[in-house]
Design a protein around this ligand. Sequence first.
Ligand code: IVH
Length: 676
Amino acid sequence: MNPMHSSPPPEHVKKRVEELREQINYHNYLYYVLDAPEIPDAEYDRMLRELEELEKRYPELITPDSPTQRVGAPPVKEFGEVRHDPPMLSLNNAFKDQEVHDFDRRVRERLGVEQVEYHAEPKLDGLAISLIYEEGVLVRGATRGDGFRGEDVTANVRTIGAIPLRLRGSGYPRVLDVRGEVFMTKEGFERLNAAQERAGLKPFANPRNAAAGSLRQLDPNVTAQRPLTMYCWGIGLVQGGTLPERHSAIMERLRDWGLRVSPKSQVVKGVQGCLAYYRRMAEERDELPYEIDGVVYKVDRIDWQERLGELSRAPRWALAHKFPAKEEMTRLLDVEWQVGRTGALTPVARLEPVSVGGVTVSNATLHNQDEIERKDIRIGDTVIVRRAGDVIPEVVAVVESRRPPDARKPRLPRHCPVCGSDVILLPGEKIARCSGGLYCPAQRREAIKHFASRRAMDIEGLGDKLVEQLDEKGLIRDVADLYYLQQEDLEKLERMGKKSAQNLLQALEKSKRTTLARFIYALGIRHVGEATAKEIADHFGSLERIMQATREDLEAVQDIGPVVAESIYRFFREKHNREVIDKLLAAGIHWPAPPRRDRESLPLAGKTFVLTGTLSSMTREEAKERLEALGAKVSGSVSKRTSYVVVGADPGSKYDKALQLGIPVLDEPAFLELIG
Ligand code: IVH
């Protein structure tokens, strides 16, 4: 007992505690079971905190089924063993319609009936769990194990919000063993893997593995952080009470008691009903927020289930009808690097061909170098490939136990496999890119399309199709070649008459007159969109100055950070890019000199400043920029023509000179006031 409160809790506290628990459990039910929360999370949290406070003051009020008691159990060295009574059975599998027909026929023959109603359910891809409720209170949670013996994971199960610590309502048996599937939603899985990645940990291969790994944590506090949830699919031992006579009704009852049951389940008639359900779920599969690997049909009448019984650990009254597998195993023969539109190098796995869900897969994406390292994928490895929906097949994991001794790590090439330019990996980026830019054939077409686009060089009539034709025919190798096209070249193209050829040449001619900002944007430098291009153009005023700018110069431009600065800097260091620019200028591309800002009207126009000493509020460079922005000139030495000398801490000889010449001196506060 809490020594600070030896007095027993007053009645009104007891009542409030009861009230809060009831409320919290009710809102849990609305949230998890009905998917229809009524109050905002903040309100729920507030109630939970109030309950926590009261229980802290009066620990004698704490009960194991209090909603506050989900976390806090200490880690264990190993899980205890539990026996399942009755055992947790497995299911017979069907892959073809015929096998479902056979199943239905056997069931009908054994029962001697014409037609059977089945309860059709999604087959969740998680792990089986048994939950024992005594007097409505959760007393044990256990994994399936081998079906006869599993692991006691009670402390972990208690952390799963979707699992009630106490059943709702009344009428439940004294002892009830609820069985179901613990799983992770696709979204929860993505989030968890992103967190794993941030922590430098290995990602989980799929939601199933992630769920299993999370539930079998020795430290319940880790499990508590994992986005686990559950759906019930059956029951085990029932003592001191009765349940309805149909499986569908039992599931309904479980839902009333606050347990989660899949809303996708339904009663169907005969084999046709089963197959129709299968088709529907197969269609819905990719849209569901969690993974399913098939559907399960169960004879709905419990007395019929009992008559049918089981054979070698699988019930005769149930059948799993599996979807085509999404994952298969095969060998990674090699890794090649593909160059995409933006120059991104994507590692592509060359695989020993394998049929995944009925489609032969011999290539799969490996995403990027980072992923290869995190998943520790090596050439020669046996890997798991997944093909989901319409997406490109991917390598999800390695079967490490099958790694041959000569397996070798794939290496990011130092030069672009297409054009030979340097491959660069910018700091903070995962994707390596070819620096060839406009010169790299793989990037060329897209680069040309971008160059010609309306907001860039605005070459009217040069659409995607035409760009592709020109490239195919070898008429353009880089964007500059556009300006060297001849009437005869164009007329040879499909659907290109004399007139349209002339029009295109005219459009090209017209596009030569542009602005520096458009030109910079048209070059397609990574990270340089329209706005950045304009900033750069305004800041430097000329192409030469931009091309010569150092990283630091570039970073001095508004809104340009180190990543963008690096990208621009590298672009202009690439020889091929400089050649293309020369060729463009030689073709006659030009722009008006940047409109000179009307300096005369700026507040500090005509004034010359000299800075000395250290300012506390900004660097000298920043002070210089601010002054220049206001129209002032900043000079390095003091003369009679100096308007002001700004003096920071520890000024140098410029200060003495100012005093000598009688130049007005500004200390930092005065300076700040002046520049506003
Ligand atoms: S019924 C006798 N229903 O699949 C009842 N199982 O392959 C046996 N599973 O161990 C299970 N969704 O972990 C059943 N709707 C569902 C299921 C389901 C997933 C899992 C369960 C079981 C395994 C058998």
